[in-house]
Design a protein around this ligand. Structure first.
Ligand code: GRF
Length: 209
């Protein structure tokens, strides 16, 4: 497989700025992949419009049309399998994935989270970081396992927390870094550069040319 045949499926629920960073990195050649499909659980997610603007298939899957989370996730997995996805990237996807979905794509799902995990998993984490009084926060790209925001860490970036910050100013500062490290982490996976032992991810020695 040549790297540009590497197919990504992106799951979104909202505005899609991380999706946009991935699209931009592909278009400027930093990321040697293509997005085969973007799937949202929310019909009005701006991320769907961003995808269509770049000629990327954008699909809304309505959770209300499925009897259970498991059935939704199995249908979601089928959509991705039908497009022979190599990697599932969560980019502001707000539904917790079922064990069944995680089992189907084991080791092939990654997420971006706006804190330095394992600190502050879950939601509203910029406010939690401010309330806790940390002096640095940041973002984490990690593999997805059954523990929410608990999978092996691939890349992190650090930002300072200023005394004057509110959740929005901190989120904005973190977001700039998210857009840098998410495409970078994906490219590392595409190049098969990650060595994973237990939950520790290290970079493989590069082979001298
Ligand atoms: C980002 O902060 C990401 O870390 C988190 O959800 C937010 C999504 O933002 N998982 P966007 O939709 O990519 O703009």
């Amino acid at each position: 497989m040549t790297s540009s045949n590497y197919k990504i499926g992106v799951l979104v629920s909202g505005r899609g700025t991380n999706l946009q960073a991935i699209i931009d990195a592909i278009e400027n050649g930093e990321l040697k992949a293509r997005i085969a499909v973007v799937i949202s659980d929310k019909q009005d997610a701006p991320a769907l419009e961003r995808s269509r603007k770049h000629g990327i298939e954008a699909v809304w899957m309505n959770p209300k049309q499925f009897a259970s989370k498991k059935e939704y996730d199995l249908a979601l997995a089928l959509e991705l399998k039908n497009r022979q996805i190599d990697l599932v990237c969560l980019a502001g996807y707000m539904r917790i994935l079922s064990p069944e979905f995680i089992g189907i794509f084991s080791g092939k799902i990654i997420n971006i989270h706006p804190s330095l995990l394992p600190a502050f998993p879950g939601l509203n984490v910029q406010q939690k970081a401010i309330d806790y009084g940390v002096k640095f926060s940041g973002c984490t790209v990690h593999f997805v396992n059954e523990e929410v925001d608990g999978g092996a860490i691939i890349l992190q970036a650090v930002v300072p927390v200023h005394d004057s910050d509110d959740a929005q100013t901190l989120a904005d500062r973190i977001l700039v870094q998210e857009h840098l490290i998410y495409p970078k982490a994906i490219q590392m996976i595409i190049e098969n550069r990650l060595h994973i032992e237990n939950r520790k991810v290290t970079l493989k020695e590069s082979i001298p040319s």
